[in-house]
Design a protein around this ligand. Structure first.
Ligand code: OSB
Ligand code: MG
Length: 377
């Protein structure tokens, strides 16, 4: 049994050490929505909403998630006796439509709390089996192919197990060629288009395919499963879906249609850990490899990603970098680190395995709201 008696929502401002550019925009300062779920004993679990400031990656934003959490998710979660954290996602799903990033932030906070109440790691509670997870870097679009090649070479030297490069129309073939040459012929190099192309760009996509990428991530609009299936039939590289996969049902459709040979799972995008695990189980039963995506999270969201990535079907390196790659100072203690291209899953520590730096979080907070049972606005 688990009961949440108080939710604390908080928005913090965190500045990336280096701006991150994709086909859908530039991010330098992250507005991050954090959710704390407390039980009657005052113990807290934490979740992080992956929604961004502007609705480019998906329709949700920090502000819509704040609204959905306070108005619709809080009354579902607060004061209710759940048999376990796996019941929270379905309850939110029944209560209102959409807003999977908002739902996930609350759901994941309850999973962290449940693991802490049981005195076990979140990785164990989710059914994780790995002691270490392999790390991959996601490189934003750079000013020139040469600059990208420099960063890609650096990443390989640092030990990353996979390099992913963002591409966009006009900043694709020359950049991908430079990255391929930098990492070497056999090295896993992925390309992520963040939905910037259409089937009319087949020529460009075939030129990218000729560079033998480990996968081509989300070339088309999230709704265009049929287009992805057509593309998959026309290229050798596996098509990997990210933005398209918003639920287990969508993942099942994508697999059945042949729209994806690989799936990027982000618990924060699909409504939380229960849905993420369901997608993992489904993909595993269909022979589809999965990996854990990232959304430039703080150390809290990263902790959730690490726990999820410890599940057995996560056979490919995730978009997972150490804290130092993103932030001058992360909000968690200890910070996340990389050893030989892997990250040690904190199986010996409760919940996500890290504690928050309360003073630092307080100093970064731009908005805060506490909600108790029966208090939802
Ligand atoms: O498409 O995977 C993506 C970051 C923000 C939004 C979307 C994506 C990304 C990344 C960064 O690729 C991955 C990371 O957190 O390191
Ligand atoms: Mg992506």
């Amino acid at each position: 049994m688990i009961t949440v008696t108080r939710l604390v929502l908080r928005e913090i401002a965190l500045t990336l050490r280096e701006p991150f550019r994709t086909s859908s925009g530039l991010t330098h300062q992250r507005r991050i929505l954090l959710v704390e779920a407390e039980n009657a004993e005052g113990e807290a679990g934490r979740g992080e909403c992956v929604a961004e400031e502007f609705p480019a990656y998906s329709a949700e934003t920090v502000d819509t998630a704040w609204l959905a959490l306070t108005r619709w998710a809080a009354p579902v979660v607060l004061g209710r006796r759940f048999a376990g954290p796996e019941e929270v996602g379905p309850a939110l799903e029944r209560a209102f439509r959409g807003h999977p990033m908002a739902k996930a932030a609350a759901e994941m906070a309850v999973w962290d709390l449940a693991a802490r109440e049981q005195g076990i790691s979140l990785a164990r509670l989710l059914g994780g089996t790995r002691e270490r997870v392999e790390m991959g870097i996601s490189l934003g679009i750079q000013a020139t192919p040469e600059a990208l090649a420099f960063r890609a070479r650096e990443a390989v030297a640092e030990g990353y197990r996979r390099v992913k490069v963002k591409v966009a129309p006009g900043e694709d073939v020359a950049f991908a060629e430079a990255a391929r040459e930098a990492v070497g012929a056999g090295f896993p190099l992925s390309l992520d288009a963040n939905a910037a192309y259409t089937l009319d760009d087949l020529g460009v996509l075939q030129a990218l395919d000729a560079l033998h990428p480990a996968m081509l991530e989300q070339p088309f609009d999230p709704d265009d499963l049929t287009g992805h299936a057509r593309l998959q039939a026309a290229i050798e590289a596996p098509v990997c879906l990210d933005e398209s996969i918003t639920s287990a049902a969508r993942a099942a459709d994508a697999i059945s249609l042949g729209a994806a040979r690989v799936i990027n799972i982000k618990a924060g995008r699909v409504g939380g850990h229960a849905a993420a695990r369901q997608i993992h189980d489904l993909a595993r039963s269909r022979g589809i490899p999965v990996w854990c995506g990232g959304m430039l999270e703080s150390g809290i969201g990263r902790g959730h990603n690490v726990a999820l990535a410890s599940l057995p079907g996560f056979t490919l390196p995730g978009d997972l970098s150490p804290s130092r790659r993103y932030w001058e100072r992360d909000i968690v203690d200890p910070e996340w680190t990389m050893e030989e291209g892997t990250l040690r899953v904190p199986l010996d520590r409760p919940g996500i395995g890290v504690e928050v730096d309360r003073d630092l979080i307080e100093s970064l907070t731009t908005r805060r709201e506490e909600i108790g049972p029966g208090e939802a606005p």
